[in-house]
Ligand binder design. Structure first.
Ligand code: MN
Length: 215
């Protein structure tokens, strides 16, 4: 039995159009995300085999592979739920929409929503090679931080929980935005599901595991 399974999308392939095309969503979820799930499961099997045979020559590669695929699976699982139909999502979190605590935390941690928006956009758009821009809850301080993640697992502070993730890998945008990563990141703000981000923030603050938030 595989440990990890590919979660179903919380909407159909066309739900995020015109911001993200159905073709991108289908390939991204059904092929790319699926490959990270398979990679994580395969690596766990290979590690079990290494333990059984007491054969550790590949341990460095296996541990790196586990970090890469498992982090890819986790980030994509958050990514799909972070987005919604552009007619329903986007804008900024407002108390009137029931997400006032998130709005307040963003203000306290970054000075203003505009400053936060700029920092996350810059972090995502300037990734070198493949990576992510991530809004995360940092539990030691209780503050929100922006991380610029390399691949899926590099340049990450331990223990911070991802709340809002922008996939800046070329597979996330190239078929539609070509080389215009900045335009894709800017468009991403139209599909942010602030209700989902606020639920994750509330769970993280209360000590619950925000990765287990149901769609
Ligand atoms: Mn991706």
């Amino acid at each position: 039995m595989p440990v990890y399974t590919l979660p179903e999308l919380p909407y159909d392939y066309a739900a995020l159009a015109p911001v993200i095309s159905p073709e991108i969503i289908e390939l991204h979820h059904d092929k790319h995300h699926a490959a990270y799930v398979k990679g994580a499961n395969d690596t766990l099997e290979q590690l079990a085999e290494a333990r059984e045979k007491d054969s550790w020559s590949a341990i460095n590669g296996l541990e790196k592979s586990l970090a890469f695929h498992l982090s890819g699976h986790i980030l994509h699982s958050v990514y799909w739920q972070n987005m919604t139909d552009p007619k329903e999502g986007g804008g900024e979190p407002l108390a009137a929409d029931g997400v006032g605590e998130l709005a307040e935390a963003i203000g306290e941690s970054f000075g203003s929503f505009a400053a936060f928006r700029t920092q996350l956009s810059k972090a995502a758009a300037t990734t070198q090679g493949s990576g992510w821009g991530v809004l995360a809850y940092e539990p030691l301080s209780g503050r929100l931080i922006v991380e610029q993640v390399y691949d899926h697992q590099g340049n990450v502070g331990r223990g911070a929980t991802p709340l809002l993730v922008f996939d800046a890998w070329e597979h996330a945008f190239y078929l539609q935005y070509r080389n215009q990563k900045v335009d894709f990141v800017e468009a991403m703000w139209q599909v942010v599901n602030w209700q989902d981000v606020a639920r994750r923030h509330a769970a993280a603050r209360s000590g619950a595991n925000a990765l287990l938030i149901a769609p």
